[in-house]
Ligand binder design. Structure first.
Ligand code: SF4
Ligand code: ZN
Length: 763
């Protein structure tokens, strides 16, 4: 253990805890001990403090004992007389630093020093702020806090990507790169591997955030690059995120510090990349990160700390930028990123896609605005469709990409044209049922190219190519290249050959559009016919067990997984692709109760899949043995006893529900892989299934529903109302715009003659 590091980390910790105490005392004097403190849209209070100490801090006054705890973790700065060569004191100081840092951020919130954060935040929204003593904070004096803490909604929506491996981990990048070019290269290399980048800190006032902004890199949730702030303290949000992933997905409880830290060490592939000079505070914060098992890689000369068991591998690795044996800076940046991945043991899958622009899931959310656009297909002015079908092996030439019709050279800038993408796949394991499963991937595959935007599916697809991508040489053929490469890499087990034809010739577009529409119709019919009683097996999904160790989704034709990402056909395809993977057929065997949805096979599987935690699962009831939930559910369904019905809250709804809790708080009750009668996490398309809580009365039990669901699923919900024989049913359901308490709900139900009032008791 390096005495140098210990000295600097302990010194940094001591001064930060002191700073936090001073700030807190002044804030209490200014505002009063009862002043509320909270981060936006989280059920986990100040998440790191909540997880590590179990204290649910809601007021300034409640921060006092927390900071006392931080102080008690401090040790004297090592001297000749006092020095133990153990990591423990440094780690304690690191934890004290994290607690102090989060407390400081919380106090800053009290002074409104953080900008309002909007979902899908883009940097344009960042605002400047000043600290309580009036001095400018942050490196460049502006944009001190750009994003602030990540909210629970975003955490959950990333959840599924974290568990299915699309997002292998996160990098907390602190400081400033050698040059703007290097900064961009590092972030691009990480994005290419779909690693989430949390950005913070500065060196002598300059931050990697400044560097990226200057180079026009799009920052935000959608591009996997989250700028927390240009000071080191804001790096705390990365650890708050890590703490919450253990609470959200791992079912751990506040105060289980050791378990939360171990969870992160084993399951969250994160590391700290320290760019540029490392000061005392950075050493102290790094020591905090090491507690989580996250190694620290520095691009400067600092003493290394080799493995001792806290992190899986090395704790601190020094890789002086100029000594990395690359030809030039960009190559060195690439090697630096590779080293980080190696040190943390991050598992990365990258498809080799031959296109002239960067490629990876991190680019999936990129938006191509009208002004940046070279050409578009579909949307308001033209038609674009995509159609994937299976074909006999001998009819497909693997890798063939043809463009039938003209390219977009002759189209004016920001113009549009019609296009059809026809993908033909062949394979011995391929089945017609997999066509829609594969076709849906087109959206993700095409979106992975930087500068390309894809929206919609089937014959309402809408694709934009940015001017930047076109300048780099991206053309129509590249759509085919992307699709070929990705289908072969991701679905190689069922797809042996892939050929792609891009049609722009008007007559051909029309001809294939007709064929495609006939196929869409056939598939719709097939889906409508696919009911629970017509199949012999359901599927398990244990994908989320990497995060929620005892949770299992039982996926049936009429009940999709609670994340919304896996339906029965998806699971079936996935099982064919990977027979030992997370989706296994569950043979139903003997029917036990057709109303509540019990089979011998599903019950047996529940026991095995949950490692004995759950022994019975009802497919159609929320009241008796409901299905468990991990953390990535799209909606929560919860009983409101007074109303003899249930409410449905969307993940996107941050308002108050009649249960007296917001989604975030409810999610804490619903998740963690436990059965809670009366509470269930579901995928939103389960709401429109005839089997939606059918044992308890079905959709007519819904008395309250987030308006976002009513709006985004208006047509589907109206169809349900017709099916239930009550065309006005949706209007009888309250939402957050008119009802936020149980009392209001009961009045509303009377006024609207909600059917649940006269239905039999749910108990
Ligand atoms: Fe997780 Fe269930 Fe979705 Fe599978 S279906 S990924 S277990 S939430
Ligand atoms: Zn999940």
């Amino acid at each position: 253990m390096s005495k140098y590091i210990a000295t600097r980390a302990i010194r940094g910790a001591n001064s930060l805890v002191t700073e936090a105490e001073l700030m807190l005392h002044r804030a209490i004097k200014d505002k009063g001990a009862d002043t509320l403190v909270k981060f936006p849209n989280t059920a986990y209070y100040l998440p790191l403090i909540y997880g590590m100490t179990g204290n649910a801090v809601e007021t300034l006054g409640q921060l006092e004992p927390v900071l006392q705890m931080a102080r008690s973790l401090l040790h004297p700065v090592p001297s000749e007389k006092h020095w133990t060569p153990y990591l423990g004191e440094t780690l304690d100081s690191g934890m004290a630093t994290l607690i102090a840092a989060e407390a400081i951020e919380a106090v800053r919130f009290v002074y409104h020093l953080q900008p309002e954060r909007k979902p899908g935040f883009h940097l344009a929204g960042g605002t400047a702020f000043t600290s309580p003593d009036g001095s400018k904070e942050g490196g460049n004096g502006a944009d001190g806090h750009l994003n602030g803490p990540i909210d629970d909604i975003q955490l959950r929506s990333w959840g599924i990507q974290l568990v299915d491996g699309r997002m292998p981990g996160f990098a907390a990048i602190v400081g400033c790169a050698k040059s703007n070019e290097v900064a961009v290269k590092i972030v691009r290399e990480l994005q290419k591997r779909n690693i989430l980048c949390f950005l913070s800190g500065n060196v002598n006032g300059r931050s990697i955030i400044d560097q990226l902004i200057e180079e026009g890199v799009e920052l935000g949730y959608d591009t996997y690059t989250v700028p927390f702030g240009t000071d080191t303290i804001s790096a705390i949000y990365a650890l708050g995120f890590a703490t919450r992933s253990a609470l959200t997905f791992g079912g751990l409880k506040a105060g289980q510090a050791r378990d939360i830290l171990l969870y992160n060490k084993d399951r969250v592939f994160a590391f700290v990349l320290a760019l540029g000079e490392v000061d005392d505070l950075k050493y102290a914060a790094a020591a905090g990160a090491i507690n989580f098992g996250f190694p620290v890689i520095a691009d400067t000369v600092i003493p290394e700390i080799l493995p001792t068991g806290v992190t899986k591998y090395e704790h601190v690795v020094s890789l002086p930028f100029n000594e990395i044996p690359g030809e030039d800076d960009l190559e060195r940046a690439e090697l630096l990123v590779q080293k980080c991945i190696e040190v943390r043991g991050v598992k990365v899958k990258v498809a080799d896609v031959p296109v002239p622009v960067p490629y990876g899931s991190a680019f999936e959310g990129e938006v191509v605005r009208k002004n940046d656009m070279r050409v578009e297909f579909g949307g308001k002015h033209s038609r674009c469709f995509e159609f994937l079908r299976m074909a006999p092996l001998e009819d497909v030439v693997d890798g063939r990409v043809q463009v039938v019709g003209s390219g977009f050279d002759s189209i004016p800038v920001q113009g549009h044209m019609d296009m059809g993408i026809v993908i033909e796949v062949a394979g011995r394991q391929m089945q017609e049922d997999f066509e829609p499963v594969l076709e849906r991937q087109v959206h993700y595959f095409i979106n992975g190219a930087s500068g390309i935007q894809h929206i919609g599916q089937r014959d309402i697809a809408w694709i934009r190519i940015s001017a930047g991508a076109a300048d780099k040489g991206f053309n129509l053929e590249h759509f085919g290249k992307i699709l070929h490469a990705r289908f072969k890499t991701d679905f190689g087990a069922i797809v042996d050959k892939v050929q792609v034809t891009i049609y722009t010739d008007p007559e051909k577009v029309q001809e294939w559009l007709t064929k495609a529409r006939a196929a869409y119709d056939r598939r719709n019919k097939r889906l409508a016919d696919l009911t629970d009683d017509r199949v012999e097996e359901f599927y398990s999904c244990t994908l989320c067990q990497s995060f929620a160790p005892n949770h299992v989704c039982v996926v049936s034709p009429e009940r999709l997984g609670l994340c919304g990402a896996y339906n029965w056909l998806d699971c079936k395809a996935s099982f064919n692709i990977n027979p030992t993977g997370p989706n296994q057929p569950i043979k139903l065997k003997k029917m036990i109760d057709s109303t509540k949805g019990y089979w011998q096979g599903t019950n047996e599987y529940a026991g095995v899949g949950s490692h004995g935690v759950v022994n019975e699962v009802s497919m159609y009831s929320i009241m008796e043995n409901p299905m468990t939930a991990c953390g990535c559910f799209e909606c929560i369904v919860m009983l409101i006893p007074e109303a003899n019905g249930v409410m449905v809250v969307s993940r996107e709804d941050t308002s108050m529900t009649p249960a007296g809790m917001t989604f975030s708080t409810l999610a804490g009750i619903a998740g963690g892989g436990l059965q809670t009668p009366g509470v269930m996490g579901v995928g939103k398309y389960y709401l429109i299934s005839p089997k939606f809580i059918s044992a308890d009365g079905g959709f007519k039990r819904v008395v309250w529903m987030s308006s976002v669901l009513k709006e985004t699923m208006a047509d589907e919900l109206q169809a349900v109302a017709m099916r239930e024989g009550d065309p006005d049913l949706i209007n009888k359901i309250a939402d957050e715009r008119n009802v936020t308490t149980v009392e209001e709900l009961l009045v509303w139900m009377e006024e609207h003659a909600h059917p649940s009032l006269v239905m039999e008791s749910m108990f």
